[in-house]
Unconditional design. Sequence first.
Length: 330
Amino acid sequence: MTTHVAPEIPSAPAELSYGRTVDRSLVHRAAVSEVFVTDIRALAAKKVRSAVQLPLTHGYYSDHVQRPAVYDALLLLESGRQAAIAGSHAHIGLSKGTTMIVDTFRLDLYGLKELVVGPEPGRLRIDTEYIGQPTRRGRYRKGKVAQRYFVDDTEVGEHEMDVLFLNQHENEVLRHAQRGTPAPLTSDFCDHGAAVDDIGQAEPARVGRGNPLNVVLSRPEASPAAVSAEVTPRFDNRALFDHVYDHLPAMTLVEAARQLALLSTGEPLTTYAVGFEARFSRFAELDEPVHAEAPRMRADGGRTQTPVRFLQGDAEIAHVTVTVAPGSEL
């Protein structure tokens, strides 16, 4: 796999279009309905600008109990992921067979008022810069993606992630090295929803959700000092599992962290997730329970950070710190 760096663009790119989504293969999605990027233009070498239409209603990203409704932080995170992948294929030269594996990421939203859902779909602009050096053969093996988010020319947030770029063979070798055996697939399992009563799914309202399909925690336990739960997403939730996976994707763990943070504050109706800082040490395997735990946090009228640990067996596989903001910011 080789890369061809886009040349410097001497003048500003044409106005971004919000008329239709890009090809779903550019953002690694199976369903067109899960594509949010509508345009992507080169700004300069290793810099692109993307247009994103934020949907007014979505079965997953709009399913929140907080009012007024704001665009979901995970929708913006997914939009940034899609913009980064599309830009890497369309303008940085990465082949479509490349897998982008996130080691760490940070998302910070500081324009909450600008993210209130209005009468028309939101228009988001994302400026993306790719930071890294190719090998002697011109291939990128790892790097950083830095993004800035804008709504109507007002900057509302920033996102950055450290990533590895692997082809299909390298990804298979990595998975086998970590497990020692072939990994099972989500298609090998029955949907957890077939036995919601048996797994003790968390009550949707306690984790900021309305639809039980979007609840990813079960057997929640709370004490004055801590909260914990098992991570048990529904594999028929096509927003989280748009295609077949051999692990729990990072976005599912981030959703679990968000739900545990809301459970920790005890105020899901008036608390908004506005930031994440995550580190992923290992893949979250499908055939072993994933346990999440966090300290009990009390809202003090300002932004609060909740550190969430994810464990499989005795090993910490991920750590996600969730920043929540009170509705008073609106």
